[in-house]
Design a protein around this ligand. Structure first.
Ligand code: UFG
Length: 325
């Protein structure tokens, strides 16, 4: 198929692009390179330097290479903390960008969209593990934008016949198993890349946000899922909506919880680096525990988290950081 990967030069986008190329699709990456990196572009994929806020650029991209069959939509701002102080930025890029993207998709007669959603749509968990029936009540503006995009997708499905898959990622981490992704995320705020920057000496110490949660070691528990597993889910989701003609919304997580200290200890062991840390106060808005039920993705898409054990997550991350620093 002819696939447009919008945001394909970013961290998850580059893994998704690699996956579609590996499966023999023709891929065009559309990215404004605001956080995406040129070194993440593969020779096998075409590249359009474009912005989702420029409607005419999207229209041109959707018509390129004989027209697109499907689109993967990953271009979004995603810093939870920033979204609470600069909501305007998130409104413009994530919401207005979506409106342009959907209008361009409708004008082009596009059939399929795979959307990169987030567990942030759920907010504070009412029960665990979180399944797709869990109420959606985002606690931050970023999560709100992801939920609104899901609603736009539902309406364009009803009114324009564009079938979609909304993939609600839990904590994305790790790097390509075969070490083919060269670009590292710049100024990361997420736990595993921050630990990696500490291991490389780019940062001096890890702050542990909160040690008094109601968890066995007092630190927060998260469901870390390997980015290569996420990438595979995009391809399986496209197969599913193509095969059934039905849209779908699924969680993607490993269904395993790891605490901040467990992640840190595993990283110390694998990297052989001391990775100094110090206790810091709780970060506002952090729930004590978040774990996914991914039963629906297994059942409908035939998806399985293959690389999402802590060992593989840290080893593949260290592989990427060690070879770049
Ligand atoms: N943490 C630290 N120190 C750090 C960074 C993180 O202790 O320097 C802790 C956090 O407090 C949290 C855990 O590590 O307890 C994971 O934090 P991340 O920032 O890596 O991830 P979050 O769980 O906050 O959020 C991530 C994505 C969201 C997504 C969510 C879904 O950033 O977009 O996972 O589960 F919605």
């Amino acid at each position: 198929m002819n696939i447009l990967v919008v945001g394909g030069a970013g961290y998850i986008g580059s893994h998704v692009t690699r996956e579609f190329l590996d499966r023999g699709h023709r891929v065009t990456v559309f990215d404004n390179l605001s956080s995406g990196l040129r070194e993440n572009l593969f020779s096998g994929a075409a590249f359009i330097h474009g912005d989702i806020l420029r409607y005419e650029q999207l229209v041109a991209a959707l018509g390129s290479g004989g027209g697109m069959d499907g689109l993967v939509y990953l271009a979004a701002f995603k810093a939870v903390g920033e979204s609470m102080v600069q909501p305007e930025k998130y409104s413009i890029n994530n919401i207005i960008g979506t409106v342009h993207l959907l209008n361009a998709a409708a004008a082009a007669g596009l059939k399929y969209i795979i959307f990169s959603s987030s567990a942030a749509v759920y907010g504070e968990p009412a029960y665990l593990p979180i399944d797709e029936k869990h109420p959606t009540n985002p606690e931050n503006y970023y999560g709100f934008t992801k939920l609104e995009i899901e609603k736009f997708l539902s309406w364009y499905d009803r009114l324009k016949g564009i079938r979609f898959a909304s993939l609600r990622y839990f904590n994305a981490a790790g790097y390509d198993i075969k070490g083919r992704i060269r670009g590292l995320e710049q100024n990361p705020a997420n736990l595993i890349p921050v630990i990696m920057e500490n291991a490389c000496g780019i940062r001096k110490e890890l702050q542990i946000f909160g040690g008094d949660y109601d968890t066995p070691d007092g630190t927060c528990i998260r469901d870390y899922v390997h980015v290569s597993d996420l990438a595979a889910a995009h391809a399986l989701a496209l197969d599913y909506i193509g095969r059934t003609g039905k849209s779908v919304t699924v969680n993607l997580g490993s269904e395993t919880g790891s605490s901040v200290l467990e992640v840190l200890e595993t990283a110390r062991r694998i990297t052989g680096k001391p990775i100094p840390s110090r206790p810091a106060g709780r970060r506002p808005g952090d729930p004590a525990r978040l774990t996914a039920s991914a039963a629906l993705a297994r059942e409908l898409l035939g998806w399985k988290a293959e690389y999402s054990d802590l060992e593989t997550l840290i080893k593949t991350s260290w592989n990427a950081y060690r070879s770049s620093n």
